[in-house]
Design a protein around this ligand. Structure first.
Ligand SMILES: Nc1ncnc2c1ncn2[C@@H]1O[C@H](COP(=O)(O)OP(=O)(O)OP(=O)(O)O)[C@@H](O)[C@H]1O
Length: 216
């Protein structure tokens, strides 16, 4: 399980998360909905071990993350797909660079990148293009391929399809479902689209009504 226990995050005097807890089970999709600004993306970054909370712990398959200097295996066991792909990639990278980035960092063979790209519906002519030469949907497909490259045990999809058309959304969700079925990965699906979450989540939808503490 990927678990957050009593997570508190404060930006300046603004307490964004106040002792928040949540658990993503292997093989299940947990939906997370809630009003804009309530801290969903902040929690996603904490769970992906990218942001250290002021209090609370993250546990990955029973192992508490301590000290926040993760060894590579634990960090690579969680994949994060961001809402805005253009903010999530280096603008100098080609789509193939985007997909091979984690493989290079983990010193894994790069040939897998072509297969991943094909599975995500990217044709070879797109491999050499840079972010400004592709559509948002094509770039997000590359970001999903990047997130799956190291076969993470957990995937966090943070408003992954909000800005995309219905057919691209359906394709990306189907790819993640195929991955989940094959590997038994757990998925946290964050979205404003409660219809999508109702369709997608078999591990329940966590409706997060609590708004963040107001800034004083
Ligand atoms: N690095 C940061 N520094 C200061 N404030 C931040 C930072 N990141 C987020 N915040 C603030 O924390 C609050 C929660 O932001 P977050 O992005 O987690 O909300 P969200 O629920 O994901 O919203 P949305 O649904 O609109 O994406 C917001 O008020 C935001 O302005």
């Amino acid at each position: 399980m990927l678990e957050a226990h009593g997570i508190t995050v404060t930006f300046g005097r603004h307490k964004v998360l106040d002792r928040t807890s949540l658990a993503v089970r292997p093989g299940k999709v947990l939906g997370l909905a809630g009003p804009s600004g309530c801290g969903k993306s902040t929690l996603a970054r904490v769970l992906a071990l990218l942001l250290r909370p002021a209090a609370g712990t993250v546990t990955v398959d029973g192992q508490a993350v301590t000290g926040w200097r993760h060894r590579a295996p634990r960090r690579t066991s969680i994949g994060l797909i961001f809402q805005q792909p253009r903010l999530a990639v280096d603008p100098r990278f080609t789509l193939l660079d985007v997909i091979t980035e984690p493989l290079k960092a983990a010193r894994r063979p790069l040939d897998r990148a072509h297969l991943l790209a094909e599975e995500l519906g990217l044709t070879a002519e797109l491999f050499g293009r840079r972010p400004h030469e592709v559509s948002d949907g094509q770039l997000q497909r590359a970001c999903v391929a990047r997130a799956l490259a190291l076969e993470p045990r957990y995937l966090i999809c943070d408003e992954m399809t909000t800005m995309l058309d219905a057919s691209t959304q359906a394709h990306l969700v189907a790819r993640i479902e195929a991955y989940r079925e094959r590997t038994g990965a757990g998925v946290l699906a964050i979205s404003h689209d409660t219809e999508l979450l109702d369709r997608w989540s078999d591990g329940g939808v966590h409706e997060w009504h609590a708004t963040a503490a107001p800034a004083r």
